[in-house]
Write a protein of this length. Sequence first.
Length: 351
Amino acid sequence: MNDTNSPPLRLTELAHGGGCGCKIAPGVLEKILSKTAPAFMPPQLLVGIETSDDAAVWQLNETQAIVATTDFFMPVVDDPFHFGQIAATNAISDIYAMGGTPLFALAIVGMPVSKLDTDTIRRILDGGESICAKARIPIAGGHTIDSMEPIYGLVAIGLVRPDHVKRNFGAKPGDRLILGKGLGVGIYSSAFKKQALKEHDYDSLISTTTQLNTPGPALACLEGVHAVTDVTGFGLAGHLLEICRASGVAAKLSFDALPLLPNVMSYARDGFVTGASSRNLASYGEQLVVDGRFGEAERLLLADPQTSGGLLVSCAPEVATEVLSIFLQQGFDHATVIGEVVEGTPQVLVN
């Protein structure tokens, strides 16, 4: 515990990373998983690890399938309630990204109990429970350990129709690419850790990272929606590349069309970027082709890890307006068309 005369302990000081920036770099993860022996794949397992999808899907019968996922990380902010909210929102997002509806959750809790008081830990759990209440699901159990760094997240379980499952492959040339939330969470978090994030931008950070990706189930009902994922630790470029690789296509983005959180590029140009952005670029930078009019700040923005980021949708042009309408009706004001899918070797072209 803190000495009474010492300054208040910041949660982010207890963690070497934060949020989805804690993820193992995509290139390293690919090497690890490539050594994994082929697993037994029963026919009921509709979605496993084969295309790095957002969650596993197990078919129960002709009309029902279980969606299961887990996500947890270290603090991206110092307020314990906000940390719990962000971690829970991020975990539940994978259920929505698959087109599912959440059913219940289990808590994953690792805390340095010699450094954090019980009230702080309770506030983290309260934050997670508040988001689960918004999603109308209970936290039905969980597991706790005494750890070196504070860790919180959820196992999330959901339900989906097998014919409504949306995956990160199936994108087709001509598809429009639509992003549901603004970019820049990693840049904001870097500025926050260095105590340079302005108060109104902190409000934007909390607002976006605690907004549940509820359009997922409605998008899953649209036949013209071909692929969906959520943008998290690998950044926009990284998760779009996953779609491209799985679908055998390329993508073109308009940088000027990207929805950005307020003042993000100003922070980026001042050097407030995460180490995860550089690790992401080291993993897939050769497949990210950026027009020469853009500099390093723009490239880092494209690779910026998004904690609890938005849904990325690849859809036929004729349903793009309907997709945008679903987002806007559910309060996603940043939702916009950011580019298109094209034929070619898997890569992301930015102009």
